[in-house]
Design a protein around this ligand. Structure first.
Ligand SMILES: Cc1cc2nc3c(=O)[nH]c(=O)nc-3n(C[C@H](O)[C@H](O)[C@H](O)COP(=O)(O)OP(=O)(O)OC[C@H]3O[C@@H](n4cnc5c(N)ncnc54)[C@H](O)[C@@H]3O)c2cc1C
Length: 471
């Protein structure tokens, strides 16, 4: 594929003083990533169209009790339900940390319909995202109920490569349009990954992926094996333990000393990973223990999926690595004309998406410059070989564990000439993560970082001159 030529290949040019270039940009998705991308692109003077398959902004945070026809999410013909939220979900990050950098997620205590808890329920996050969209005029850029079904490169008459976007209205009408650049913000928590279990084909029980879990009631009096140890596995196992006969949590990362009855529960046990499943309904774990179970619930994560994107192999998903991508955003040969926002995980997504979006917007307007294609390619190669040397599987390419995300955020911030991560945000994230691990039952309602909350609120007064509650 020919890479779009253009003036952006020059190396390390100083910031330009002449007027910024405006591009016609398609943003795919109006979740947190798409909303902030649209805002940053608009601020930089680009013309923006946001395509949204659903009927409102918010993406993942639009909770629906609906589930898919295939509970494992494997049938390619199933009607996709986008959101994976369960009814009881509260955020796993404190709101001060979670919000966009310049639009803090503060409690609206004066409004009794809002959830002012520090770790609020999912509907409060949706309200916040709607407020964001309204405040920055993003909603009017969104074409609702319009699914992008194809994105591919075309050569236009002036020989400058552009993108063709074909989109389909819910009414069935399909439209083709031309854009200078594409920003992909379609989310990555809708396409289930499931655990491979020897013998599962003949095991007679039910299987479901957490994507299709909403409420615990269907598990009443059942013996449930739940696979996984990430945040939703921890929440869902506790939700289900309230009604199920037994809950057995199987995890690859369990410490040997933790195997056995879960303290504080009469009906929950921890196990190593499942070894095999059998026709008689039994499930065998790697430590030799055996359980007769009714249900296996896979809380085993999701796959990146871009069914609309056609790049002749320039970008592919290989064992959940989207690549090659420079800094998790640009394929070097298509930069900055194709970008991805929000791929990193084990991060604080909103501020990270905000910084990625500022970077993309400034590059498209030529306020700042990228390294050459060769240098970006070399950087990607180096990154992949560092992962390989460390023994990190490909599927963890976009994972940023611990405090690593802040180095990434700060690198982006420096590219864009804006401030690096606030000291309180780093410390608060660190302390909340530790409490989440040590006090999974109570971390959302008890904490000991009041000093950091005060620092955050002090910082937020920049954005709320009338005080946080009189914004
Ligand atoms: C169970 C769960 C709990 C979470 N908890 C937290 C938390 O506590 N705190 C936190 O900060 N984050 C949390 N997250 C992460 C969450 O995903 C991010 O906060 C954020 O919602 C990601 O936004 P996004 O815009 O990247 O994707 P999404 O919110 O998924 O939005 C993608 C949008 O793209 C649209 N779309 C997709 N394909 C197309 C297409 N072809 N054409 C048009 N539109 C399309 C979708 O309809 C959707 O609106 C959680 C995620 C899950 C699944």
């Amino acid at each position: 594929m020919t890479s779009p030529a253009g003036p952006l290949r020059a190396l390390s040019l100083p910031p330009r003083l002449n007027p910024l270039t405006s591009r016609h940009v398609a943003v795919i998705g109006s979740g947190a990533a798409g909303l902030v991308a649209a805002r940053e692109l608009g601020r930089e003077g680009h013309s923006v169209v946001v395509f949204e398959r659903g009927d409102q902004v918010g993406g993942t945070w639009v909770y629906t009790p609906k589930v898919e026809s295939d509970p494992l999410g494997l049938d390619p013909r199933r009607a996709v339900v986008h959101s994976s939220l369960y009814d009881s979900l509260r955020t796993n990050l404190p709101r001060e940390v979670m919000g966009f950098r310049d639009f803090p997620f503060v409690a609206r205590e004066e409004d009794k319909n809002r959830d002012s808890r520090r770790f609020p329920g999912h509907s409060e996050v949706l309200e916040y995202l709607k407020e964001f969209a309204k405040e920055f005029g993003v909603e009017k850029l969104v074409r609702f109920e319009t699914e992008v079904v194809y994105v591919g490169l075309v050569k236009s008459s002036d020989n400058f490569n552009k993108w063709k976007v074909r989109s389909k209205k819910r009414s069935g009408d399909e439209v083709g349009e031309i854009f200078d650049a594409i920003v992909v913000c379609n989310g990555h928590y809708s396409q289930p990954r499931i655990a491979q279990i020897p013998g599962i084909e003949t095991w007679p029980g039910k299987q479901i992926h957490s994507h299709n879990f909403r409420v615990p009631e269907p598990f009443r009096d059942q013996v449930v094996i739940l696979i996984g140890s990430a945040a939703s596995a921890v929440d869902i196992s506790r939700d289900i333990a309230g009604v199920a006969k037994q809950v057995h949590v199987a995890s690859r990362s369990i410490a040997i000393e933790a195997i056995g009855k879960q303290p504080g529960y009469d009906n929950m046990w921890l196990h190593p990973m499942i070894k095999s499943a059998h026709e008689d309904g039994s499930v065998v774990f790697h430590d030799g223990s055996v359980i007769m179970a009714d249900v296996i619930l896979h809380c085993t994560g999701y796959k990146y999926h871009f069914p609309f994107l056609e790049t002749d192999g320039t970008v592919s998903v290989d064992d959940n690595r989207v690549g090659p991508l420079y800094k998790h955003v640009f394929p070097p040969s298509l930069a900055p004309w194709l970008s991805f926002v929000g791929l990193p995980w084990k991060v604080i997504p909103f501020p990270l998406c905000e910084l990625q979006s500022k970077w993309i917007a400034s590059l498209l307007s030529e306020r700042i410059m990228l390294p050459s294609e060769e240098e970006m390619t070399e950087d990607v190669k180096m990154f992949y070989s560092t992962l390989e040397v460390a023994g990190t599987p490909k599927r963890y390419t976009h994972q940023m564990p611990g405090l690593r995300q802040f180095d990434y955020d700060d690198w982006l911030a420096i590219q864009c000439g804006c401030s690096v991560s606030e000291d309180w945000r780093i410390k608060m994230y660190d302390s909340a993560s530790k409490r989440k691990r040590t006090h999974p039952e109570t971390y959302r309602d008890q904490w000991d970082d009041e000093d950091l909350i005060l620092q955050a609120h002090h910082d937020f007064t920049k954005y709320f001159p009338n005080g946080i509650n009189g914004y």
